[in-house]
Design a protein around this ligand. Structure first.
Ligand SMILES: Nc1ncnc2c1ncn2[C@@H]1O[C@H](COP(=O)(O)OP(=O)(O)O)[C@@H](O)[C@H]1O
Ligand SMILES: [Mg+2]
Length: 485
């Protein structure tokens, strides 16, 4: 065994940062090792990843102490483009890393820029595509690939640069379970067949437990523990303290069964009949979607990346209009309702809270739509107080963007509750959220459900589905199957 990466007493704070983002980190990583980096939001995982390719300290300014040695080179002295030959980076959103029009071009891009011989370029493309399981995909446009395939293409492009180290920052967080499994199996092969060293920051306990030789748990920028996956997952106090999910996944088939057709008589919050949506630019469609959401339902919607879940949610909230079919909201056809009319019934909590926050205080945020509704000052005060109490926030003066991720989502939830919405839709709020934050949000949803709210949530996390949903809808582009507990 030989050490390929050596971190020696590393301290780093971002420019203007009041505290260390990384503090006193000493860590050795062996050649061919798979190291998972875990810990809550803001624990320092992304910052740690930025050390390995030298963008900290060479591109990010700030205060940096200690030494990082990557494959014999001290990153202080190394040029970032040179380190890119040793270390490939893969981020959470594959779309942000893909920019050419075919799989072949995408993989060739790096080697071509290195001015390699054509034969060497071809060899590298072949190696990278086969390592990523993408042989046969050469002529496909990246935009037509599934989430898992896209992420494997990002991995292939990184491998084609010739490096022996791959650093992945939450590579699975936007993938459906099948895509995640494909990526996990590629990463396992990389180590076994090609002795690639893999460092993966992740919230996903299942993949960490399957893949990692060791897990480094970060807390407030420090190493809280670094041990075998087995020992880490045996330490429930450590997991709890760092908001890490136990590794045992959930088995949907044991919890849900196909729904009998009998309960259609119930009052329905939302009813969707023969919904179709055509994406004209991409020449694909979502068809034959029939879904019933009962009043006071707690329903999870799952389905592969790209099957149209967000499109369906946006259509329910009136942000998109179906190409054909009908959506009834409390019995009224949404064709006869305005977007603002729908927004008084249905609150939409989007994947990224930041796209829904636009004022300078929690109070202004939660009261924003109320002011437009011409309510009295006293009524607005009361609604804001009640809504914030429901989500457990107290500081009305706080600057929304300075809050923690889960709290930013809570502000969005409070805003829609204050509007009087009784049907709440959550679109993958677990993405980009640590496990603890995710549980906070889901517990708020559960509490609201117990008060009579109707909850619809989209997720890829089967534990959340099993623990929270009363009913389940599995969606594909050609239909929905409904299940119940
Ligand atoms: N680009 C940046 N500029 C300033 N501060 C940052 C930046 N990125 C992260 N931080 C801060 O560094 C700390 C660690 O964050 P990060 O590495 O992103 O954690 P994680 O990836 O575990 O969620 C946090 O306090 C965060 O606010
Ligand atoms: Mg991060």
């Amino acid at each position: 065994m030989s050490v390929i990466i050596d971190l020696e007493k590393v301290f780093y704070s971002y420019r203007g940062g009041k505290k260390w983002a990384l503090e006193d980190i000493s860590l050795q990583i062996e050649r061919g090792e798979i190291l998972a980096v875990m810990g809550g939001n803001g624990a320092g995982k992304t910052t740690l990843c930025r050390l390995f390719n030298g963008i900290i300290p060479n591109i990010f300014a700030g205060r940096f102490l200690g030494n990082v040695t990557v494959d014999g080179e001290n990153t202080r002295d190394a040029q970032v483009p040179r380190l890119a030959l040793k270390v490939g980076m893969v981020l959470d959103d594959p779309d942000a890393q893909l920019f050419t029009s075919s799989v072949r071009e995408e993989t060739a891009f790096g080697p071509e820029n290195l001015l390699l011989q054509p034969s060497e370029i071809i060899e590298r493309i072949n190696f990278a595509l086969s390592a990523a399981g993408l042989c046969g995909f050469e002529d496909r446009s990246p935009s037509t690939l599934s989430g898992g395939e896209k992420q494997r293409l990002v991995i292939a492009s990184a491998l084609a640069m010739g490096g022996k180290i791959l650093v992945l920052d939450e590579p699975l967080s936007r993938l459906d379970p099948q895509g995640a499994e494909e990526v996990i199996s590629v990463l396992r092969d990389l180590r076994e067949k090609y002795q690639i060293t893999v460092i993966m920051a992740t919230h996903d306990s299942k993949s960490a437990s399957i893949l990692a030789d060791r897990i480094c748990v970060l807390k407030n920028g420090r190493v809280a523990a670094c041990d075998t996956a087995e020992n880490i997952f045996a330490n429930s106090a450590l997991l709890e303290e760092n908001g890490i999910q136990q590794k045992g996944g959930a088995d949907i088939e044991k919890v849900f069964s196909v729904k009998s057709k009998s309960d259609i008589q119930q009052t329905l919050a939302v009813k969707i009949t023969d919904f179709c949506y055509f994406f004209e630019d991409a020449d694909v469609s979502i068809e034959n979607i029939n879904l019933t959401v009962a009043d006071n339902d707690f329903i999870a919607i799952i389905g592969k990346n790209g099957c149209g879940k967000t499109t369906l949610l946006k259509s329910i909230t009136g942000l998109l209009r179906p190409s054909s079919g009908d959506i009834f909201i409390r019995g009224k056809n949404s064709k006869e309702l305005s977007v603002s009319g729908i927004s008084r019934e249905i609150g939409f909590v989007m994947q990224n809270p930041d796209s829904q926050l636009f004022t300078d205080s929690v109070f202004n945020e939660v009261s924003f739509a109320l002011k437009n509704a011409e309510l009295s000052g006293a009524e607005i005060q009361k609604r804001v107080q009640d809504a914030l109490a429901a989500v457990g926030l107290t500081d009305t003066d706080a600057f929304p963007h300075a809050l923690r991720r889960a709290d930013r989502t809570k502000v969005v939830i409070a805003s829609v509750i204050a509007m009087g919405c009784k049907i709440l839709i959550f679109d993958e709020v677990d993405v980009g959220q640590d496990w603890q934050g995710c549980i906070h949000i889901m517990n708020i949803a559960k509490e609201l459900h117990s008060k009579g709210y109707t909850i619809i949530f989209v997720t890829h996390n089967m534990s959340l589905v099993c623990d929270y949903a009363v009913r389940l809808a599995v969606m594909s582009r050609s239909g929905i199957v409904q299940y119940e507990k």
